[in-house]
Design a protein around this ligand. Structure first.
Ligand SMILES: [Zn+2]
Length: 238
């Protein structure tokens, strides 16, 4: 009997939490009606996520350090922009808010990718670094998934969840290097066997610990061709 009541209370709480999220999102819609305010400068825009000035900044700013390629665990790891200015603002908006338009603006940068950016075989599957389940429930949105879906759309590829989040619940940004390594020990597991090329997407590349753990999990599932793509690259504490 008590057990039944406990379960009902649990589901009521889940309902309450869902309701609270809807109300919060509703309020955000009233204060910041989607499509009316520029995500960069906050000025009223003409229905686009960025006003013309901010769009020009995103498209033309920081180009010298854009489209950077490095090596993480033997995998080509790309980042589109340095973690500064408007690109950084969009990543933070996406990470800490419910603003889906930020994901579309970030992945839209792929439209102006340079010739040296790789092209992917058509059977490549785009996937993402899953966030801890608790945070996913709190936010009701997995921003990594939004980015992966956007990247897949821009590149004409399919998008699929290939990684499961097992642990590593502490926010990486608050930990030092050793803490990060420990926090993410066995944090990711593959969802299935992988016999196709994989493009792994994340918002920001900082120390590369998260990417490395995900690459290891993908390799354990059989993935041979892996590419990593982050929207921004942070140096130091970013
Ligand atoms: Zn603007």
């Amino acid at each position: 009997m008590d057990r039944m009541r406990g379960r009902n209370a649990g589901s009521r709480f889940a309902l309450f939490r869902k309701g609270a999220r809807r109300i919060r999102e509703g309020l955000e819609q009233i204060v910041f009606p989607e499509g009316a305010v520029c995500l960069g400068c906050g000025k009223i825009s003409d229905g686009h996520a960025l006003c013309p000035v901010c769009r020009a900044e995103l498209e033309n700013g920081e180009l010298l350090e854009s489209w950077n390629q490095e090596d993480i665990a033997g995998v080509p790891a790309w980042s589109i922009r340095p973690h500064r200015g408007l690109a950084r603002k969009l990543v933070l908006t996406l990470k800490h808010g419910t603003e889906r338009r930020a994901a579309a603006e970030l992945t839209g940068m792929l439209r102006s990718r340079p010739d040296y950016f790789p092209s992917f075989p058509p059977d490549t599957v785009v996937t993402w670094v899953p966030m801890p389940k608790r945070r996913q429930r709190e936010r009701g949105i997995d921003h990594g998934r939004l980015l992966a879906e956007g990247v897949a759309k821009e590149l004409g590829l399919t998008c699929q969840a290939l990684l499961l989040r097992m642990g590593g619940g502490r926010p990486q940004a608050r930990l030092n290097m050793a803490g990060r390594e420990q926090n993410l020990q066995n944090a990711f597991a593959p969802a299935e066997k992988i016999a196709f090329p994989v493009l792994l997407v994340d918002d920001v590349l900082t120390t590369g610990t998260t990417a490395r753990r995900c690459i290891e999990a993908l390799r354990a599932a059989g993935a041979k061709e892996i590419t990593f793509l982050a929207m921004t690259r942070a140096l130091g504490d970013g």
